[in-house]
Design a protein around this ligand. Structure first.
Ligand code: FAD
Length: 516
């Protein structure tokens, strides 16, 4: 079946689901729900998957975009969580999404605040991470090992670093997503190609083990979707539909800097947080040239908002940590955008930073499966576990999960990671044309050629807008990626909207794409 999602397909499938009893109804189209839709559909089950807003509307678009090997969990003795992360990272890098997930280098600058003992401890951790890579059978050419580099090498990779007292840096590698929202849309499209009905703007008002009362948020009418089993994958909103679950959301804030604010960053940075031995702030260069700086971990009480606001104290805190390792401080007015996400952590005693990141499966007596917690990195495994449970509860006729082997839409093999100078072997990214080709390859994989063909249709379609995104990419998103309005285009199919000024500048392009 075709993987293209668009308004016409939504209309058609919305009409179909009213007369069906599907095997699995998935509620929530973040990474977990899209993953569950794919897992179930690829086992041959009939699937409807709904979201109250858009795909990737929730926490999944507010992540640090890291595909973790799970080192942090290892440090806390959570060996199972760490191993699971490393295995899932290997699937994404090597087979299922090598276009969207690539290895990226990170430096821990050895500034005077990092003692020799601390540095030695961190290096021991990195070596344990190598052990995880080997245990997960991820080849070294996809994910190089750690090393210690000199101060001169560190400054060559990250020129904004301060040279004052810099003894060198610890260099390590981990997976990085081209974009988290893009992963979700790609998983959902792959599910659609397997026959899943992906229905955005459909809110579950009530949920039980045999279906949901749903409101079409565009048409306004209310109807029922009947199902043999139901998977509640609504993340931080899960408790609203599953009585008895207690979540303790924790806010993670990022700053967004323009490319010119921190130029010369070929590697990301792990910046020690003063007074914390195992927590680091992250400086994360993005494929579009912007730099994200994160991330806080603050418990949040009260009703869960659609889009979490960013308090000014988070910005002040992140700027202070960032500036502790820079030659020239970044000022408040240099912060071009901010965003915050809420981690869907299960309630337990203790600090949210210490709560387990392992996912949990909960069932209601009438057979609804709720899946919460976990990470973007482990979305596939979470989905597999949720569908396994649904299959057994609903006594459905389905085989084992196939998703560890199933390439996502656009997956094309890559040659290996960038070297630590940020260039990819054999891809000619030194030229403007080469960089543009690589940008499209990373976002669209095997579909990059079709996007390029669309660019040739009309001159305005090839004009780059903010962050280099062209009109053709927006039209592609309307025709194939289920974008229904300007917000879908600017805030999820592309991330132009992370900088409000860029968003305003791109509005005419988005409107033209919707009208084309
Ligand atoms: C700041 C931050 C940084 C992170 N960084 C990383 C990272 O670098 N790497 C990593 O692996 N993990 C990271 N994580 C964790 C990861 O982002 C989350 O665990 C994951 O995205 C959760 O996905 P989800 O699909 O479960 O939930 P969500 O993405 O929140 O999806 C839930 C969906 O349910 C929908 N919904 C809600 N109510 C209803 C309803 N009634 N009817 C229909 N739909 C509904 C919402 O619209 C939403 O789209 C980070 C988390 C945070 C907060």
């Amino acid at each position: 079946m075709n993987s293209s999602l668009n308004a016409a397909r939504r209309e058609r499938e919305l009409a179909e689901v009213r007369d069906l009893v599907v095997d699995v109804l998935v509620v929530g189209l973040g990474a977990t729900g899209a993953g569950a839709a794919l897992d179930a559909a690829s086992r041959g089950l009939s699937v409807a998957a709904i979201d109250a807003h858009d795909m990737a509307f929730g926490t999944s678009r507010w992540s640090s975009k890291m595909v973790h090997g799970g080192l942090r969990y290892l440090a806390k003795g959570q060996v199972g969580v760490a191993y699971e992360s490393a295995v899932e990272r290997g699937h994404l890098l090597g087979r299922t999404a090598p276009h969207l997930v690539r290895a990226h280098p990170y430096l821990l600058p050895l500034v005077p605040e990092v003692s020799r003992r601390h540095a030695a401890l961190v290096m021991t951790g990195y070596r344990a991470g190598e052990g995880l890579r080997i245990a997960a059978r991820t080849p070294r050419h996809l994910l190089p090992g750690p090393s210690r580099i000199s101060a001169a090498q560190a400054l060559a990779l990250a020129s904004p670093l301060t040279s004052r007292g810099l003894r060198g840096a610890l260099l390590s590698w981990d997976g990085r997503l081209a974009d988290d929202a893009r992963l979700v849309v790609t998983v959902a499209r792959t599910a659609a190609a397997q026959g899943a009905r992906i229905l955005t703007r459909c809110r579950a008002l009530e949920l039980s083990g045999d279906g949901a009362l749903v409101r079409d948020e565009l048409g306004g009418d209310t109807f029922t979707i009947r199902a043999r089993t139901v998977v509640n994958a609504t993340g931080v909103w899960a408790a609203e539909l599953h009585p008895g679950i207690r979540l303790r959301p924790s806010r993670g804030t990022h700053l967004v800097l323009r490319p010119e604010t921190l130029p010369g960053l070929a590697a990301g940075l792990h910046v020690p947080i003063p007074g914390e031995s195992n927590r680091f702030a992250l400086v994360l260069p993005q494929p579009d040239g912007r730099v994200h700086v994160g991330l806080t971990d603050e418990p949040v009480d009260g009703p869960v908002p659609d889009v979490p606001p960013v308090p000014e104290e988070d910005v002040t805190f992140l700027l202070a940590v960032l500036n502790s390792v820079l030659e020239e401080p970044v000022r408040r007015e240099d912060v071009a955008g901010t965003y915050a996400g809420l981690r869907p952590l299960l309630a337990a005693d203790g600090r949210t930073a210490d709560l387990s990141r392992r996912h949990a499966l909960l069932t209601t007596p009438d057979g609804m499966v709720t899946i919460v917690g976990g990470k973007l990195t482990t979305y596939r495994r979470m989905a597999e576990d949720a569908v396994d449970r649904a299959v057994s509860l609903g006594r459905l006729d389905a085989g084992r999960s196939r998703t560890a082997e199933l390439p996502l839409v656009g997956a094309v093999p890559v040659d290996g990671p960038e070297d630590a100078n940020g260039t990819k072997s054999g891809k000619g990214v030194d030229s403007e044309k080469g960089r543009e080709a690589d940008r499209l390859l990373e976002r669209y994989g095997s579909e990059a050629g079709a996007v390029r063909t669309l660019m040739a249709e009309d001159p305005w379609l090839a004009e780059p807008g903010p962050t280099g995104v062209t009109g053709a990419e927006l039209v592609w998103a309307v025709r194939h990626e289920g974008a229904l309005d300007v917000d879908d285009l600017l805030d999820r199919r592309t991330r132009i909207g992370l900088v409000p000024q860029d968003r305003a500048a791109a509005l005419p392009l988005a409107r033209a794409a919707l009208a084309y």
